[in-house]
Design a protein around this ligand. Structure first.
Ligand code: MN
Length: 200
């Protein structure tokens, strides 16, 4: 099932050149995971990924997530990634797709907050419907976040917004003040300098 969804992911990459996982060995836990990877590619962005339907549904968020409900952060949907990508940090070589350094900026589990007729709506359904609501249990981010699709077809864009709850904090700026990886403790610069790939 996940195999077909990973076609685009695999087509874009040469696995003899990039240290990124090819995917397939899905180490599936009980609770679905989320990961946010800071990616210093052509332009710096944060890849927000949610486990759903055997893959990681993915969005590139140029400014990264905010803890301020007033801040609507643009999120561009990208191709599904394999589950084992959630443990990837390393340097994607020059000339390869997404060339640049990746760190695991935040990681944890999540639960879907969307209910219909008293039942939790699976996240892949809310992605299809363009309105995702999740509660994150991360190291840096906690609480409710919503992803809302606006526009249609090629013009579709998403907005990542912190929901108003106890974890909302307009004064906090995790993207600015907490640049380290939750896996290695390294910043993008430190990992790039060290060279090579590291996985969990
Ligand atoms: Mn990326």
């Amino acid at each position: 099932m996940a195999e077909g969804k990973l076609k685009e992911y695999r087509k874009k990459r040469s696995f003899e050149k990039t240290p990124e996982p090819k995917g397939g060995r899905a180490a599936k836990g009980k609770k679905p995971i989320f990961v946010i990877q800071k990616h210093d590619a052509r332009s710096l962005h944060y890849d927000f990924r949610l486990e759903a339907g055997g893959v990681l549904k993915s969005w590139a968020v140029p400014k990264g997530p905010s803890t301020d409900p007033q801040e609507k952060r643009l999120a561009v949907a990208t191709e599904d990634h394999p589950l084992d990508y959630a443990g990837f940090e390393g340097v994607i070589p020059e000339g390869e797709y997404g060339a640049g350094t990746v760190i695991v900026w935040d990681k944890g589990t999540y639960r879907s907050l969307k209910e219909k007729d008293g039942k939790i709506v699976p996240v892949q359904d809310s992605v299809r419907d363009g309105h995702v609501m999740v509660w994150l249990y991360g190291r840096k981010l906690e609480g409710g976040y919503s992803l809302i699709r606006t526009g249609k077809g090629e013009d579709a864009r998403w907005l990542l917004v912190k929901m108003k709850d106890e974890q909302a904090d307009a004064r906090r700026d995790p993207v600015g003040t907490e640049p380290q990886s939750v896996l290695s403790g390294k910043t993008i610069k430190e990992l790039a300098g060290g060279g090579g790939a590291e996985k969990d």
